[in-house]
Write a protein that binds this ligand. Structure first.
Ligand code: UDX
Length: 441
């Protein structure tokens, strides 16, 4: 089948490559020429494990092409809308401008047999509005077909999550709904035959599934971080607590990692946009708890600074602070709403001399957060430090030999903002080890 993918950001680039891998002919479109050129050369601007290899596999086959020319989508039968929906400046709501501009650009190329598939994360109600935009711009006599098919991919596992997702969600409406389901099954090679659940529903439910899932995940993280605050007050250990409650199947142990909280391009923005949309719908009360989820999350960042200040004799002014991590999570070079960089910025604002290290995100951070100071190696970051803050749990940091770092620092103090370093190992090497939600030994 020939398909088009509109928008080649994280979602679109991975989706396009995965669809070509499945054997489809894929035309990927974006208005950003630099991005298109880089992808066509097999050098995506993002770091995503396996993506370079996947592009190297599919580009030589000619099945995947990248273009800035919208007219080329005319060849495709199924069109995936994968554009971004960032948070509006100064507001909580999501900016859906790109979804509708993609719709207007695409509409003239639609015909009777074509299906538009929305994958972007959107405020509920966008699908119905997009269908009207598409219908307005479609050639006379063409009845527009639209399905809503949210994605749930995690950065760092984007390819795996696209090729073997936990479930497929199809939002379909209108007289062609059954045909739309059949066509999507064909695109995904009959998910049911592989045993992957496939759930068919209406547009609003499909749109809500995505934001509800992200709201739940954010709530789970903030729940354990709230327990972390209580543990700090009561002298308990949140890591042992999480382990113990996680054994209850109804709770489950995943996403109970207490620490400096969630960041990235999805969870923070999605819960805020969800609250804003619920407000517009008159259902704001239903989601006021998400305001707490957001606050708990942000409070953990401030707690890191409090601990650092405590370890530096009551002030960060003039103290050297090493920050391990810039990406919002490991195996990614994404620094959007990164708790690590936020904490680094807070330390700097408190007068500290901050040096940030990251195994992968330094080029991106240097480009977009030029206000901070970076170090190419861990050794360089920790040299002369009064305190080391561990903020992104890269395997490289877990593998560090603390004994080797001891002679480099001014004071061997590490604050583990992710609860992923081995306290015994660091303490044995002479370090003061502190962590969020754990007793100070
Ligand atoms: C998330 C959703 O998981 C995904 O399904 C959706 O499509 C997009 O948003 P992603 O942003 O890539 O994916 O990252 P994820 O792995 O979910 O982590 C989000 C944040 O939560 C990270 O900052 C991570 O460090 C933090 N986190 C995660 C915790 O603080 N504790 C945990 O236990 C798990």
């Amino acid at each position: 089948m020939t398909i088009s993918v509109i928008g080649t950001g994280y979602l679109g680039a991975v989706h396009a490559a995965c669809m070509a891998h499945l054997g489809h002919r894929v035309i990927a479109v974006d208005s950003d020429e630099a991005k298109i050129e880089a992808l066509a050369a097999g050098k995506p601007a993002i770091f995503e494990p396996g993506l370079d290899e996947l592009l190297a596999e599919v580009l030589p086959t000619g099945r995947l092409t990248f273009t800035t020319d919208y007219a080329q989508v005319a060849e495709a039968q199924v069109h995936f809308v994968c554009v971004g929906t960032p948070q509006l400046a100064g507001e909580n709501a999501a900016d859906t401008t790109y979804v509708f501009s993609a719709g207007r650009s695409l509409a003239p190329y639609l015909d009777e047999g074509s299906l538009v598939v929305g994958k972007s994360t959107v405020p509920v109600g966008t699908a119905a509005a997009l269908k009207r935009t598409l219908q307005d711009g479609a050639p006379a006599g063409v009845e527009v077909r639209l399905a809503w098919n949210p994605e749930f991919l995690r950065e760092g596992f984007a390819i795996e999550d696209t090729v073997t997702p936990d479930r497929f969600v199809y939002g379909v409406e209108g007289s062609h709904a059954d045909d739309d389901v059949a066509l999507l099954d064909q695109v995904y090679e009959r998910p049911l035959s592989t045993g992957t659940p496939r759930l068919v529903m209406d547009y609003p439910t499909a749109e809500l599934v995505k934001v509800a899932a992200n709201a739940f995940l954010a709530t789970k993280i903030s729940f354990i971080n709230a327990m972390s605050e209580v543990c700090e007050a009561a002298g308990g250990d949140v890591v042992r607590l999480a382990e113990a409650i996680g054994h209850d199947d109804r709770i489950g142990s995943r996403f109970l990692g207490a620490g400096v909280g969630f960041g990235g391009g999805c969870l923070p923005k999605d819960i805020r946009a969800f609250m804003a949309r619920a407000g517009e719908l008159g259902a704001d009360q239903a989601l006021t708890f998400l305001r707490e989820v957001d606050s708990i999350n942000l409070r953990r960042r401030a707690r890191m600074i409090d601990l650092a200040r405590e370890e530096c004799g009551g002030t960060l002014a003039g103290r050297a602070v090493a920050v391990l991590g810039a990406a919002f999570k490991p195996n990614s070079d994404d620094i959007r709403d990164s708790p690590a960089l936020d904490v680094a910025e807070m330390a700097r604002a408190a007068g500290a001399e901050v040096r940030v290290h990251d195994p992968k995100a330094l080029p991106v951070a240097r480009k977009h957060r030029a206000d901070l100071t970076y170090a190419d190696t861990v050794e360089e970051a920790v040299a002369g430090a009064h305190v080391v803050l561990h903020l992104t749990e890269w395997q490289d940091y877990r593998d560090l030999d603390p004994a080797r770092l001891t002679p480099l620092v001014r004071k061997p103090v590490v604050i583990d903002g992710r609860n992923k370093l081995d306290p015994a190992r660091w303490r044995a090497a002479g370090w003061t080890y502190r962590a969020l939600g754990r007793p100070h030994a």
